[in-house]
Design a protein around this ligand. Structure first.
Ligand code: SF4
Ligand code: SF4
Length: 228
């Protein structure tokens, strides 16, 4: 793609989507999330996700509460990193397509694989529904819509794993993930580690995850882009 096309494409994107395609990551700015559910609806509408399944969900903690230190009220990520009480914080939770993906390491049948774009994909024909990936994922991303029954899971009948695909098909035609493009407050950032770190800096926001989680998502080298 030419430089002109790239900049035109970038202008058409929302501020949350900074680049698409190979090597991009998806990451939440918890300061910006207002728990409106727009991303959840966009994902379901785009991929016809059944009602009982969520490829993205919003997890809100300390609802209605203020941060202990007033100066941290609008910066939950910084408060969490400083071990301070952050007040109400909403996390858009989904698969972050981790660089060092624990789910890929534990899958006994190689159903979870890193593809050429660096996204973690599910090879449905191989999945035996053992739910090892659910235990390994620090972010609760794997979904098993056909069964939540523990016994079935142990016996390998827990249904095929499903999760966020990073809207790879959309990215191949220059669009961002549907959740990120729909988000009215640009709370879902898409880009490489440097893009995401710069954008958080510009917003005077901080990553809401600790160093260990950031190294899982971005890899130890790329995680250095963040002020952790
Ligand atoms: S659309 Fe954006 S603001 Fe709304 S819940 Fe999702 S991430 Fe949060
Ligand atoms: S560990 Fe979880 S968030 Fe990371 S790639 Fe696997 S399913 Fe996605």
């Amino acid at each position: 793609m030419s430089t002109d096309q790239n900049s035109m494409q970038r202008e058409q994107m929302s501020q949350g989507v900074m680049s698409v395609g190979e090597g991009t990551r998806i990451f939440p700015d918890v300061e910006a999330c207002i728990d409106c559910g727009g991303c959840v609806v966009a994902c379901k509408r785009t991929w016809d996700v059944p009602p009982e399944e969520q490829r993205i969900s919003i997890s809100t903690m300390f609802e209605g509460q203020e941060a202990e230190k007033p100066q941290l009220n609008s910066n939950s990520g910084r408060a969490l990193n400083q071990g301070e009480f952050p007040g109400e914080t909403s996390f858009p939770m989904q698969c972050y397509h981790c660089e060092d993906a624990p789910c890929v390491s534990v899958c006994p049948v190689d159903s979870l694989q890193k593809n050429d774009d660096g996204f973690v994909e599910v090879v449905e024909d191989l999945c035996v529904g053992c739910q090892y990936c659910l235990s390994a994922c620090p972010f609760g991303a794997p979904q098993f819509p056909e069964s939540d029954d523990g016994a079935e899971a142990v016996l390998g009948g827990g249904g095929i794993m499903d999760k966020c695909t990073m809207c790879e098909e959309r990215q191949h035609v220059g669009k961002g993930p549907a959740c990120a493009e729909e988000c009215a407050t640009d709370a879902i950032l898409v880009g490489d580690a440097g893009d995401i770190a710069d954008e958080l800096d510009k917003r005077d926001a901080a990553p809401a995850f600790n160093k260990e989680a950031m190294e899982i998502i971005f890899g130890a080298d790329e995680a250095r882009a963040f002020d952790l």
